[in-house]
Design a protein. Structure first.
Length: 140
């Protein structure tokens, strides 16, 4: 599914409560740190995902999205586009499926789009989730 306008994007994001941030790190020099902290301050339930780290942003951190014990609305990827197909396969094993597979600014993956085609998951590429939430005035 492709979001074609702001109205559709705003409707989709207005239903978001839980965001899994894949590639989360709490290093102030990294964009993911600022984005994660800002989404937390906006009231979203943010779940950090990192294979080796724990306690990112003072939150329980999971090694993969498949280890998260609660439903997730958005999987927000701060990963190289080459790694996104692997994450797309992981996301398809989540129950329930998330609503959105979001690839951050500068990240694209035609293969991830192909893998998720027909799943009902909206795939968004090359956009910053925090920026779009703020621009559309969406918070919890």
């Amino acid at each position: 599914m492709i979001i074609i306008n702001d109205k559709e994007l705003a409707l989709l994001l207005s239903k978001v409560k839980t965001i899994a941030v894949v590639g989360a790190v709490d290093k102030p020099s990294r964009p993911v740190d600022g984005v994660g902290r800002e989404m937390i301050s906006m009231g979203f339930d943010v779940i950090p995902v990192h294979p080796k780290r724990s306690d990112i942003w003072g939150l329980t951190t999971y090694p993969t999205v498949n280890d998260i014990p609660v439903p997730v609305d958005v999987v927000d990827l701060f990963r190289n586009g080459e790694l996104c197909p692997d994450h797309a396969h992981e996301v398809l094993k989540m129950l329930p499926l998330p609503k959105v597979f979001w690839m951050q600014l500068g990240v694209h993956s035609a293969r991830a789009r192909e893998i998720l085609a027909g799943s009902g998951i909206v795939v968004i590429e090359d956009r910053c989730l925090k920026v779009e939430l703020k621009r559309l005035g969406i918070s919890r």
